[in-house]
Design a protein. Structure first.
Length: 97
């Protein structure tokens, strides 16, 4: 696959997923999880997205700690997010690559 086409495709898919996450912030749904997934997709090709994802992880971790979310619940959320990200990556490499 042409590297420029791949970069555009990753940008479009990641941007779309991130946009869906932003909509899910005000609509019913796991908005932040979808936003982080979209940033994760974008981070595979864009350095700015990797920096934003790192910063967002730090903010989310501090917010979870200040909200009093138990560590085991944080780990469950992390596992769910990782699973969803892996499923999206498998779909990407299986069908879109």
């Amino acid at each position: 696959m042409n590297p420029a086409f791949k970069r555009v495709l990753v940008g479009a898919v990641g941007g779309f997923v991130t946009l869906i996450g932003v909509v899910a912030l005000v609509a019913p749904g796991p908005g932040w999880l979808i936003v982080f997934t979209g940033l994760g997709i974008l981070a595979t090709e864009f350095a700015w997205a990797a920096r934003a994802l790192t910063k967002a992880r730090g903010i989310a971790s501090r917010a979870a700690n200040s909200a009093g979310i138990k560590k085991e619940h944080q780990l469950i959320l992390l596992a769910a997010g990782t699973f969803i990200s892996l499923v999206l990556l498998v779909i990407y490499y299986k069908y879109l690559r």
